[in-house]
Design a protein around this ligand. Structure first.
Ligand code: NCD
Length: 307
């Protein structure tokens, strides 16, 4: 793997990079389960600078750093509790935090903000979500989850459901699809939340076959992975519009009966109403295992950036 400087977009990674990270994540899982203290990142400091809410992403990054013997400085509500409220620019905050920390994990509501941060950063920036832009570390852990659960990635059919327009998770994940062979994509969303023209153009350009639906009926029997997304409330201008669309698709045990026995349901979480809790006990419900994989992938990435 070429030494990575910043992690801004999934388009930076090739298949060999991913395979290497997956193998390292397997080793990180062993290390985690052994409960042995590690000194791999001793003396290193990670700053988690989050201007948008997060549970899994921030806490798994912090846990990853601590597990590897590093330390963490964190501001989980940077929009209110950092100097941003006094009017400090992203660039100035990044310049300063780069003097304290060896890596900055950054989440911000504005598309392109992570790239802006990287322009002035003297330490690696990890994009932990730039608005409706990208969420590359989520996409890496998603591919890792697919590999772990289904033992292959080539040739699979992925059904993506929900908010295809605003989901940064989906936007990042589709960029990986072209690295693998014969993956088919099916999207199901309300008409108001179909994919952007830019994403559609990207899939055409890479010759990735895909179909767009406004209901689930057409493709459930074929999918190997049903990737469900939350309708992204925070991206809506109208609350009423969000309320109208938020439960357009709800995955229930009844829906799972129409899926293959050997298939999985994924979700980056948090879920609101889009997967009913009764689905959780189905062995195909992979979303909690997926969240756990986030820890191993983030341990692997931090090692890659800092050692
Ligand atoms: C996702 C995100 O923040 O984009 N969550 C996450 O990182 N686990 C998905 C979401 O919030 O819907």
């Amino acid at each position: 793997m070429k030494k990575i400087q910043h992690v801004l977009s999934t388009s930076q990674f090739n298949r060999a990079d991913l395979e290497k990270l997956f193998a390292r994540a397997d080793r990180m899982e062993k290390l985690h389960r052994s409960k042995k203290p590690s000194k791999i990142l001793a003396g290193k400091i990670m700053s988690a600078l989050f201007y948008e809410p997060s549970t899994r992403t921030r806490l798994s990054f912090e846990t990853a750093m601590l597990k590897l013997g590093g330390q963490v400085i964190s501001t989980e509500n940077a929009a209110q509790f950092s100097s941003a409220i006094k009017g400090e620019s992203i660039e100035d905050s990044i310049r300063i935090i780069g003097q304290y920390a060896d890596v900055i994990v950054f989440r911000h509501p504005k598309i392109g903000s992570a790239a802006l941060a990287a322009n002035v950063a003297t330490v690696p920036i990890i994009n932990a979500g730039d608005g409706a832009g990208e969420h590359p570390t989520q996409a890496i852990l998603d591919m890792y989850t697919i590999k772990k659960e289904l033992h292959k990635i080539d040739g699979l059919t992925i059904g993506m459901v929900g908010d295809i327009k605003y989901s940064r998770v989906i936007r990042s994940l589709i960029k990986f699809v072209g690295l693998y062979k014969n993956i088919k994509l099916n999207f199901a969303s309300p008409k108001e939340l179909t994919m952007t023209d830019e994403d559609r153009a990207f899939l055409h350009e890479k010759n990735i076959p895909f179909s767009e639906y406004h209901e689930l009926d057409g493709f459930l029997a074929d999918v190997d992975i049903l990737y469900v997304t939350r309708v992204q409330k925070e991206r809506f201008e109208s609350q009423a519009e969000y309320e109208r669309l938020k439960s357009a698709f709800v995955i229930t045990p009844q829906i799972l009966t129409r899926m293959k026995k050997k298939s999985i349901v994924m979700h980056a979480l948090p879920r609101v109403t889009e997967i009913s809790p009764e689905v959780d006990s189905d062995p195909r419900a992979a979303y909690f295992r997926q969240a756990q994989n986030g820890l191993y992938i983030r341990m692997a990435l931090l090692k890659e950036l800092l050692v």
